[in-house]
Each structure stands twice: as C-alpha cells, then as structure tokens.
Design a protein around this ligand. Structure first.
Ligand code: UT7
Length: 323
C-alpha cells in the first residue's frame, strides 16, 4: 500500500466587489477590447478596504472544511501560498489557524508567487507521505489589488483578489497510477530571471512596493516551461497527455492557457478556465479554478487532473493528481 494525499474537500472565496474591464476605461488609456483580446480577462474581484488575505483564506478554508464535513481541530497542518500576507510576520497561515479554531498542529506560508499553489501542494504532499501530518489544509490566497500601481496600465488591469483551499487527507492506496491522490509533482525556479516580475518594495525599502512585470518576456517563458513541467510530472507518474481528464492551469492569460494545452496536444474542452471572471489571482488562481471546476460539475472523482503554474522568480511547476 502507498500513503497518498487525497483531496477530501474544496472551497473558495471571492470578494464581493466585481470590477468589469469597462471601469478601467474611465481611468486609464486602455479598452475592454485590449484587455479581453490580450489576456482573456473580462472582470476581477477586489477585496474591501478592511478585508485581508487571511480573512479570505479563512473563508475558503471554512468552505473546504464544510465540504469535507470536518472542523478546524481535525486538521494537522495548514500550508498557505501567498505573496500578499497581511503582515511581514507572523504568517497568514497562523492567522487562519486561529480563525478556524485549530489549536494543535502547525501552519506556515509558502511564497512562490503565481507558482505558490503548486509549491504548497508539493510540500503538503511531502508532509503526508512522510507521516508528519494526516490532514493538511492547502490554501492559495492573495490581495494583489494592494500591490498594484494604478497608473501602470500594463499590470493593473490583469490582477484580482481571492482565495481557494483544498483539504488533503492521508489514505492508503494500492500504489498504482490509478490511485486517488497526488501522484507526482515537479518544481523549478531560475533566479536569473528575477527582474522579469517582482515587487519593488519590502523590508529592504521599508515600504510595501508595487508589482513590476515585463509581461511579454514572462509570456515567452510561460508556454514552453509550463508544457515541459506538466510533461515531466506526468512522466514521473507513469502517465501521458492521453490520460489527462483536466488541465487546471494558473489563470494569467487565456493565450498562455491555450498555447500550453496545444503544446501538450490537448483540446480546450479539457481545460478549466476561470481567467475571464477572476483575472490573475496569483497563488489563489489554481485552487479557485479547482473549486469552481468541481462546482460546475467538470472535475469528478477518479479524474486525472494536472495543475501547472509559472510566476515571479521565475518559479514554475506542476502537480498530477487523481481526484
Ligand atoms: O501570473 C504570473 C505570470 N504572468 C504572466 O503569465 C503574464 C504574462 N504576460 C502576459 O499575459 C502578456 O504579456 C500581457 C497581457 C501582460 C501583455 O500582452 P502582450 O501581447 O505581451 O503585449 P505587450 O506587453 O507586448 O504590449 C503590447 C502593446 C504595447 O504598446 P506598443 O509598445 O506596442 O505601442 C503596450 O504599451 O500594448 C500596450 N499596452 C496596453 N494597451 C492598452 C499594455 N497594456 C495595455 C493596456 N491597454 N492595458
């Protein structure tokens, strides 16, 4: 038997305020048409002034607990992927721990920007496989609206806020690639590209800073690296593209999503797409898409799901799991 990390609950939260592309037309030299055709984004949600990353993460985690029929104290660990934690420290994960009434175990943040959720899933999988935890709440939550330069039309129209969560549980499975749970992961980073996407503030500058991106340069890396990492993880699982039921990609740009699916030889019918409604929510985008994909009736028990993401660092990776 093999100890696998199986998804037993999903949940997500989106802030109430929805901002359509048209709203940017009144403030910036941009158009709904440009945003739609270049990125696929039609609208995004922005957090309220008093709403933080840990607030949204808590709501997503509570929804995942409800879905699984469990409570906070049934969880051994929280791994929260975010680049927009409420404070420099403590971690947003410990804030969620307190909010969901989890009085034991441990909680920590993972920071790999848009690739954060695949990094968090991979770490959670290792905690479960090594026997350090039986149930791990894996959350992606972001408030990128707080690090937008509202005068920079090339970035501020692209991002949104939100949170998604998966509850993983250790389950003994036969040990084949038909098992439920996480079957393989692949993580990569290359710091030589750190200047392509970064925030120009932090402890070093005593300020929060704003997101800076050379979008077309990131784009150039994205399709090739995403298809490669998905291929590597599938190969590690002893599977191929033909076995895939759903690709659930990081939702940054519809053209990157289409290009990656094409490079993998998979039709768009097998891709969960939410970028039109959420924009780029960085580490929250994959768990949001997984939760929405399940709600829509797309992802079902037994389906083979591949998630893949790339972002600042550059950092990228993928996870192959059977739902
Ligand atoms: O999630 C983390 C990883 N991030 C990504 O995956 C993002 C990857 N990059 C992208 O999604 C795309 O590169 C963008 C959507 C950011 C931009 O699309 P693009 O086709 O690469 O456009 P571009 O940056 O090459 O800009 C094309 C033109 C420029 O004008 P000129 O120099 O050709 O005259 C920009 O100034 O579009 C202009 N532009 C805009 N025009 C209207 C840039 N932003 C806007 C805007 N409205 N909001």
């Amino acid at each position: 038997m093999t100890r696998r990390a199986v998804v037993i609950g999903t949940g997500h939260y989106l802030p109430e305020r929805v901002v359509e592309n048209a709203e940017f037309e009144t403030k910036l030299d941009t158009t709904d048409e440009w945003i739609r055709t270049r990125s696929g984004i039609e609208r995004r949600h922005f957090a309220a002034d008093d709403e933080t990353t840990s607030d949204m993460a808590t709501k997503a985690a509570e929804a995942a607990l409800k879905d699984a029929g469990l409570s906070g104290d049934d969880v051994d660990a929280i791994v929260l992927a975010t680049s927009t934690a409420d404070l420099t420290f403590p971690s947003a994960a410990t804030m969620v721990q307190a909010s969901i009434g989890m009085t034991k175990g441990f909680a920590f943040d993972v920071q790999a920007v848009c690739a954060g959720f695949v990094y968090a899933l991979s770490n959670a999988n290792a905690l479960i496989a090594s026997g350090q935890a039986d149930r791990v709440m894996v959350i992606g939550a972001e408030t990128f609206s707080r690090i937008m330069d509202w005068t920079d039309r090339s970035t501020c129209v692209l991002f949104g806020d939100g949170a998604g969560a998966l509850l993983l549980e250790a389950q003994d499975q036969p040990g084949t690639n038909d098992d439920r749970g996480i079957l393989a992961t692949d993580l990569n980073s290359d710091g030589r590209f750190k200047d392509l996407l970064y925030v120009d503030g932090g402890v070093a500058t005593r300020s929060t800073g704003y997101l800076r991106m050379q979008g077309n340069q990131v784009f150039r890396h994205a399709v090739e690296k995403l298809a490669q990492t998905a291929h590597t993880a599938l190969e590690r699982a002893g599977l191929g593209a033909d076995d895939v039921d759903w690709i659930v990609p990081h939702q940054a740009n519809i053209r990157i999503i289409q290009g990656t699916a094409k490079k993998m030889g998979l039709p768009m019918e097998k891709v969960v797409v939410t970028v039109q409604d959420h924009g780029n929510t960085s580490a929250a985008s994959i768990p949001l898409a997984l939760s929405v994909g399940k709600q829509r009736g797309q992802i079902k028990t037994g389906d083979l799901v591949v998630t893949e993401a790339i972002g600042g660092g550059l950092a990228w990776g993928s996870v192959v799991l059977r739902w």
